[in-house]
Design a protein around this ligand. Structure first.
Ligand SMILES: [Zn+2]
Length: 247
C-alpha cells in the first residue's frame, strides 16, 4: 500500500521572525527561497545571515578574490529584495575554510540575540553527501553545526558568552528550527505560488549561475520531487524541531 501523503506545513501565526543562517550568498536561493518568499508574503520578518561572502565562488577570481566579495554581496541583496527579506547580515568569514569554532558560535549567538527570531533555518550539519554525485560542502556542515549550537544552549543562556550581556544582548529562546537539506525530512512547505520568485532570486546571483533557463528547470525539478512527498505540486522539505510550544 502506498504511504499516506503528508500535508504541507504552515508556520504557526505566532512565529513572526525567521532567521536563515547559511554559508554562502546563494545557498538560500538554491534551498529555501520559496519558503522565504511565502513567509515574507505572510507579513513575517525574514533575516538572512551569511557567514561568508562567497569569495571562493569561482576560479576566475583566484587567488585574489577582492572584487568578487562586494559583487556577491550586491547579488545577495538583490535576491533578498526579490524575496521580500527584511535584512541581510554578513559575517565575512573566509569562504571555503569555515569551521564550527566557538568564535563562530559566539557571532551567531550575537545575531540571534539581536534579531530575536522565533524560527532559525539552517542546513542539516550531519549530511556528508547526497546520492552518489554531491559531497556536501564543509562550510555548509560547519555553519549548520555552529548555528544549532548557537540556538541551544548559548542564545538562551546568559552565562554563556557573558561578553554579549555587556553588549546589552539578553538571552533569547528560539522556538523552532527548520533544517534544510536533511536526509530525513518530516515537514514540507508549499512553494507552488513562490517558485517563480525563487528562480528569479537565484538568477540574481549572475556571477554564479548566469541567467540560463537551466536554473528554472533545476529548481522546478527539485521542488516537484520534494512536493511528491506531500502531494503538492512544488515544495521545499525540512526536518522540523520544536524547542518551545507556542500560543
Ligand atoms: Zn554553498
Amino acid at each position: 500500500m502506498a504511504p499516506t501523503p503528508r500535508r504541507p506545513h504552515a508556520l504557526h501565526p505566532s512565529l513572526r521572525t525567521i532567521l536563515c543562517v547559511s554559508a554562502h550568498p546563494d545557498d538560500n536561493e538554491f534551498t529555501i527561497a520559496g519558503s522565504v518568499a511565502a513567509w515574507a508574503r505572510d507579513g513575517r520578518d525574514v533575516v538572512f545571515c551569511l557567514v561568508t561572502s562567497g569569495g571562493a565562488g569561482t576560479n576566475e577570481h583566484t587567488p585574489r578574490s577582492d572584487g568578487l566579495v562586494p559583487l556577491r554581496e550586491r547579488e545577495c541583496w538583490e535576491a533578498a529584495r526579490i524575496l521580500g527579506v527584511k535584512d541581510v547580515v554578513f559575517l565575512r568569514y573566509q569562504d571555503g575554510v569555515v569551521e564550527p569554532t566557538l568564535g563562530l558560535r559566539r557571532d551567531l549567538t550575537r545575531v540571534i540575540r539581536r534579531h530575536k527570531p522565533d524560527v532559525v533555518v539552517c542546513g542539516d550539519p550531519t549530511v556528508r553527501w547526497y546520492g552518489n554525485e554531491y559531497l556536501n560542502h564543509p562550510d555548509h556542515r560547519a555553519v549548520g553545526s555552529a548555528a544549532l549550537d548557537a540556538v541551544f544552549p548559548s542564545a538562551e543562556t546568559g552565562s554563556i558568552f557573558p561578553e554579549l550581556l555587556a553588549e546589552d544582548l539578553e538571552p533569547h529562546k528560539v522556538r523552532e528550527v527548520l533544517l534544510s537539506g536533511a536526509n530525513s525530512p518530516d515537514t514540507w512547505i508549499d512553494i507552488s505560488d513562490t517558485l517563480e520568485l525563487k528562480c528569479a532570486a537565484l538568477k540574481a546571483h549572475v556571477s554564479q549561475v548566469g541567467s540560463g533557463p537551466w536554473v528554472d528547470t533545476l529548481l522546478r525539478e527539485w521542488a516537484a520531487r520534494a512536493g511528491k512527498r506531500a502531494a503538492i505540486p512544488y515544495a521545499e522539505a525540512y526536518r522540523r524541531m520544536v524547542l518551545a510550544r507556542g500560543d
